[in-house]
Design a protein around this ligand. Structure first.
Ligand code: SF4
Length: 288
């Protein structure tokens, strides 16, 4: 893990920390950063995040690709926890694409109501189930070009499914990912496709799926949209946006959002690999 920013930097930039500090080892000086330096810094951030979130994984509960694609569609505009609380009833009643394709929309709407936008979501999941049955023999296809043809499935959902249900590398450009990679000046792009391409070029493909989890975990827990907890952020020395949020360590600590229920993230049914590895999330920052 990188050393705390204060001890690495020794001083703050004159603008109160709004720009990257320079000079000290491990501290970024982004202005005019070469591509090679950017690649190094980006990979170092990912390595540090891997240490902070060794248990990072998709936060939606699923047992097969069908469940994952449906859960991902349902996760729009709501929390993964809410989806995880809702999908058990859905999959108990409609375990296969055939079942959901033939479902009565009103009954599905009742189940999906807590996830918000439940009418549109009902339409999407029944529509995508029909497409799976009619065009793919009732199986979720393992190719990007097929997945994005399914109703309600865009590139983001497709990459979640490819990366996590098929083991194919994918970058998930969600709202956290977009915000953080721009804060880190990995790219200036604003469109998800361009962000995906720019960030993909900084990492080997084999890193893409875990990179996505690390970045999203960091966005949910520390580097929040409105008030990032900069003063408690372990990668502050590598971050050109240090100072965008709370820099006072004690106040920043209060902003951290961490696992409370004993399981990491928002899963109610953690993956077997995680349980096999001891089943414990990393301790909250600052607790050591
Ligand atoms: S919390 Fe602050 S220092 Fe940490 S990554 Fe986000 S903007 Fe950078």
């Amino acid at each position: 893990m990188v050393v705390p920013r204060d001890s690495a930097v020794g001083e703050q930039s004159p603008d109160g920390g709004k720009k990257a500090a320079k000079g000290a080892k491990g501290v970024v000086a982004v202005k005019g950063e070469s591509h090679t330096a950017l690649v190094r810094r980006a990979r170092r951030i990912n390595r540090e995040l891997a240490e902070i979130y060794p248990y990072a994984h998709p936060e939606l509960d699923f047992e097969n690709p069908f469940q994952l694609v449906v859960a991902t569609v349902l996760s729009a505009q709501t929390t993964d926890l809410r989806v995880n609380q809702t999908t058990p009833a859905l999959f108990a009643k409609y375990p296969t694409p055939e079942d959901l394709a033939g479902a009565d929309p009103e009954q599905v709407e009742e189940i999906l109501r807590p996830t918000g936008f439940f009418r549109a979501k009902t339409k999407s999941v029944i529509g995508l189930s029909k497409a799976l049955v009619e065009e793919f023999g009732g199986e979720v296809p393992g190719r990007l070009e097929d997945l994005v043809k399914l109703p309600g499935v865009g590139r983001k959902t497709a990459f979640v499914v490819l990366g996590n249900a098929f083991g194919r590398p994918g970058i998930t450009v969600d709202t956290h990912f977009q915000r953080l990679v721009r804060r880190w000046k990995w790219t200036e792009a604003t469109e998800p496709d361009k962000i995906e391409a720019a960030v993909g070029a900084l990492f080997p493909k084999s890193d893409w799926t875990m990179l996505s989890h690390h970045v999203i975990f960091h966005g949910r827990r520390i580097c929040h949209a409105r008030k990032p907890a900069c003063g408690a952020c372990p990668i502050a020395p590598l971050c050109p946006a240090y100072g965008e949020g709370e820099t006072d360590p004690e106040k920043a600590k209060k902003l951290l959002k961490y696992e409370k229920g004993g399981y990491p993230g928002q899963r109610l049914n953690p993956p077997q690999a995680y349980l096999d590895a001891g089943g414990k999330p990393a301790p909250p920052l600052g607790s050591a």
